[in-house]
Unconditional design. Sequence first.
Length: 502
Amino acid sequence: MLPPERRLGRLQRLIDDRKYFTLHAGRQTGKTTSLMWLEQHLNDSGRWRALWVDLETAREQPDPAAALSTVLETIDDALRLRHAELARPETTEIEAALRNPARALLDYLRRLSALDGRPLVLLFDEADGLVGPAMVSFLTQLRHAYIERSQAPLPSSVVLVGQRQVRDYIVGGEDRKALSWLGTTSPFNITAEATTLGAFTEAEVEELLGQHTAATGQRFEPKAVRRIWELAQGHPWLTSALADQIVGRDVEDRGTPVTALHVESAKETIILERRSHVDSLVARLREPRVRRILEPMLAGTGLPADVLDDDVSYLLGLGLVRMERGELQIANPIYREVIPRALAWTQQISMHQPTEWYVLPDGALDVPKLMAAWQAFWREDGHLAAEGFGYREAGPHLMVMAFLQRIVNGGGRVEREYGLGRGALDLMIFWQGERHAIEVKIRRDTETEAKALDQVARYLDRSGLGEGWLLLFDLRKEVVWADKLFVREVEYERKTIRIVGC
């Protein structure tokens, strides 16, 4: 475990300044672990009375009376279990407060704050799980607590913790109208700022893995450390999951050093087993606001005009995407693989395309045969199945990825590169030491082929290859299949490019 204080320095300063603020970060990035440490650290300082409260049991309860009753019971339980020596509001006081749900939390916190001489710091975990009128009431009462704390004993600092900023908390349209300040740039008008937990740096990943070496003697080779960093981009859960899969299952002999090949194998296992974190990510893909961002990224087009800043902020907060050099990208290479695989999983497992059909006697991959089979599949079934994707604009891209993944799973892997405004999807097949570069592009006008050749040539340059493939989809209804389906080889910028019409 890395030192929590390194990641939480900003939070401690905001608490010192008596601020109310939000802490948001993606799933399993260390929020709860950090809060539990922070509670202990603040209490040990003697300056604060800190309380971590997990609001998970109050989630999905829209009725304010029911939800706030659960919230107060949860606070009371936390006090009883971890601060048994302290006085806390009597049961009769809690019951009296709950007779008026609109002020129940406010009255309870006033009473609680008066029972201890130290300033109260509340760390509300899973705060974004509250919904509807219950969420409105909860935020409204905290706002009043902030405003009234100069005249009455009330919490010195409150931290709302979850996967989203306050403006992205789930409330209905009518609730949002009643809570007009919720959508402002300063959520509910009182938060100092929205903070987040940053990813591990490459040096911190090396430090974390070094702790295992110090404890067991098992060494991570430098290329393995680098590959874990590249695949997870410092995401705490993914970093730990990769390392744990390797040393806990794949390479249990502590005398065997961990190599980059072990890392690749662990990555595949985590993706295929759809561990809890990956399953949670997959569930998000069904949300309309997530699809509005990810679909154009898969298709390589620009964001539609109706996409709001809040939609982008929502995905950034969830940790699905990140900003790099002013460009929106998928957060890490593992997510980059998980997303299209999850979206095309049903189609992939429905295909009867055994790997051995496309393997030559010497073990090499017969890519020309694979491309001919793809054309036949696309004409017979693929073009219709592609229209059934929820991500319809990216249907051709998802279908070709499903087809290739189905075949290559038998002895290789497919890596993907996609993003907004690219106009294409770059694929690389790794097979028995070979690399096969494929670019996927939609024919949208008469200049598409010329532009695509230039893109493929640049892709091949970056990859250090002299030849590659261009899959060119012609989705025009008036063009017959005989004209759509072709294979043509061209020389362009000293590269051999085989164009496959689809």
